[in-house]
Write a protein that binds this ligand. Structure first.
Ligand code: SF4
Length: 57
């Protein structure tokens, strides 16, 4: 597991590389890093496509 959703709080799991793509790419800003990101904007590198970020198994 990479990201855990729970009633008591969400957290990143042990397989997370802390790339923060989930935080920056969520269209409704559902992922926050504490209180610090609630009022901050999001960034997506325009030179990297979503397809290039996918894990290929
Ligand atoms: S997108 Fe990045 S930061 Fe978010 S859970 Fe996956 S590895 Fe972790």
């Amino acid at each position: 597991m990479i990201f855990y959703f729970s009633a008591t709080g969400n957290s990143w799991g042990e397989d997370c590389t802390e790339c923060l793509a989930c935080l920056h790419l969520c269209p409704v800003q559902a992922i926050q890093y504490g209180k610090g990101t609630e009022s901050k904007g999001r960034y997506k590198n325009p030179n990297v496509s979503i397809d290039e970020m996918k894990i290929n198994k």
